[in-house]
Structures are given as C-alpha cells and as structure tokens.
Ligand binder design. Sequence first.
Ligand code: DC
Length: 231
Amino acid sequence: MQNKKAIIAIDGHSSCGKSTVAKDLAKELGYVYIDTGAMYRTVTLFAMRQQLIKDGKIDEAALENNLTEIHISFKYQPEEKKNETFLNGESVEEEIRGLEVSNNVSAISAIGFVRRRLVELQQEMGHEGGIVMDGRDIGTVVFPDADLKLFMTASAEIRAQRRYDELTAKGEQVDFDAILENVKQRDHLDSTRDESPLKQADDAVVLDNSHLNKEQQLEWIIDVLKERNLA
Ligand code: DC
C-alpha cells in the first residue's frame, strides 16, 4: 500500500541501466517514467538535422533562436511495451539512440540555455508526483526535494558491453573499443562540465549494479522504498 505519490530521482553514469530500472520501477508502482536523456538526445538530433553541428562545433546562437520550435513528447506503446520519444510529432526513438547522436549529445547537454529549458519542462512533467525520472541532475537540480534519490553506477567496461549488446541486437555494426571510448568520454564530459555536472546528491543512495541483475536491482529499490513508507 503506497502512502503518497512520490518523486523518485535516478541519476548516474551513462549506460548503467538507469532507464531499465526506472521503467521497471515505474511499472511496479504505477508511476509515469520520464527519460530525460531522451530529451537531450532529441535536442541533439534537431541540431544535427538543422546542420547546427559542424565537426563537433555547435552554432549556439542559431540553436537558441530555434529552441521554441523543438517540441518533445513521450508516448507509451502498449503493443511493444516501450516508451517512444517524439520530436514535433515524429517518432525519433530509434534515431536518438544511434552513435552519431551519442557522440554529440554531451556537447549539447553542456549548454546552459538548453539545460534551463529542459529542466523547466521536466519540473512541469513531474510536479504532481507519481513519477520516476532518470538523468544526471534530477536529484541535484530538477527535484532537489525528491522523496528518493538513487545514484546508479557500474564499471565502464561492463557498461560498454551492455551498450554493445544493445546496439548489435538492433543490427548496428559497432566496435567495442569505440563504445568503451564513448562511455569513458561521456563520463568525463558529464562530470566536468560547468553546467550541472553529474554528481551524487548528498542524500542519494548508491546502487552499483555491476553484478546485479534487473530483478535484484528492483527488489533492492523496493526495499528502500518500503523502509521510507513509499511502497
Ligand atoms: O542517459 P543518456 O545516455 O540517454 O543521456 C544522454 C546524454 O544526455 C548524456 O551524455 C548526458 C546528458 N544528460 C544530461 O546532461 N542530463 C540529464 N538529465 C540527462 C542526460
């Protein structure tokens, strides 16, 4: 029996399975799941399509001028049991997960005006509670008063292997070393950027899932929620 509709913030390193756990948890609790990484990826795709990124350099002035033209929405697709991300009404779920977007997203997510806009949208989406939101700054910036803050991590090699498996399962031709490099580079960029760097909130609970399966992680989190009368 749940006591209240909580706000659950899940932050942590890239590719450590945050979204899988967040989705499972939202389903278990009957909550809404919001993937904030998908929002940064969608802005990145928009910038790529508008040719605002050239050799890793971003035309920030043009992006800022176009920011209000970016409408991001999510829809749960019951047949496929998955969340789909939309950019101005078009499904971009597949495209935002590709390596090209992954390679550019850290630079886009380091821009202050992009972060301010997306944080505002995220706060609107979650203010009523009953939400599981995952990202990098959810417990520190978006919802500093979240009822539960989880900080997830796993070794870079294990995360790269998971990402490799995910992409090859979709038929993408990828190189493990390139993925490992991308994971490490994103860790570095995410935790050293000036704007809202990835850092563990003081009151976050750490979950290192290097050697835990999905079920064990969910069980672990539900136990923490029960201790807090949130599940
Ligand atoms: O979780 P992900 O790998 O899909 O996130 C994509 C990128 O977006 C990642 O490099 C970090 C960034 N991000 C962020 O800066 N803040 C968030 N709340 C979520 C993601």
